[in-house]
Design a protein around this ligand. Structure first.
Ligand SMILES: O=C(CO)[C@H](O)[C@H](O)COP(=O)(O)O
Length: 234
């Protein structure tokens, strides 16, 4: 296991301590969340009873392979805890997510949860969001008009930069689990995340954006100095 992977696993192990029998859990997406699901699978194999809601088809496949009982939000409606990774977090626990393309379901699941705990290695900590290109999920209809509006509204919020359509290695556009495209917005710095979020949400072609504001109650960050918890785990 690489050093970065080892740190991700340490953060995942710390989050696993929050899991109690009977909990309804949101299961995140990405290489860090994969560690959490793997560790949860070990506990389930030992008899822990929980029910999970996956945030992507990828996570669903992993959870099913580990025999973790799954449900959907139509059945459960609210969850006790969601554990997910992040692409960036700032000192106010604001996040950029969506590097793995699952931001829409991740945000729906996080919003349905009493607590969202983020697990990460310390390389994702930033003072100001925006170094990681902001993913914006868009409807395929009118995609170039939507790109134009994203550029205009982002500039009004003080953010500008290249807005790239995410592509597969084959060159075909990346398509999300929900059947949408993603624009990766290389803003470099996002001086007003709340303003930008409101402006993006108001664009009809924008399905959801990767700014997770006021959703994370804690960030568990593993680094060379050990595991640091920002926010509250209770
Ligand atoms: O938002 C995400 C997927 O949409 C992931 O949580 C984010 O990209 C972090 O991934 P990783 O743990 O692989 O670094």
């Amino acid at each position: 296991m690489s050093n970065a992977d080892e740190l991700k696993r340490q953060a995942a192990a710390k989050a696993l301590e929050l899991v109690e029998p009977g909990m309804r859990l949101g299961l995140g997406t990405g290489s860090t969340a994969t560690h959490f699901v793997a560790l949860l699978g070990e506990r389930v194999a030992q008899g822990l009873q929980v029910i999970g809601v996956p945030t992507s088809e990828r996570t669903r496949a992993q959870a099913e392979s580990l025999a973790i009982p799954l449900a959907d939000l139509d059945t459960l409606q609210t969850l006790d805890l969601t554990v997910d990774g992040t692409d960036e977090f700032d000192p106010a626990l604001r996040l950029i997510k969506g590097g793995g393309g699952a931001l829409l379901r991740e945000k729906i699941v996080a919003a349905a949860s009493n607590r969202m705990v983020v697990i990460t290695d310390s390389s994702k900590a930033v003072q100001t969001l925006g170094k990681f290109p902001l993913p914006v999920e868009v409807n395929r209809f009118g995609v170039e008009a939507t790109r134009h509006l994203i550029a205009r509204e982002s500039a009004l919020a003080g953010s500008s930069g290249e807005i790239r359509l995410r592509k597969e290695a084959s060159g075909a556009p990346f398509v999300t689990d929900g059947g949408h495209y993603i624009f990766d917005c290389a803003f470099g710095i996002i001086p007003a995340p709340e303003d930008l979020a409101a402006r993006l949400t108001a664009i009809p072609g924008v399905v959801e954006h990767g700014l997770f504001l006021g959703l994370a109650s804690a960030v568990i960050s593993a680094g060379a100095q050990g595991v640091t918890v920002y926010g509250s785990l209770v």
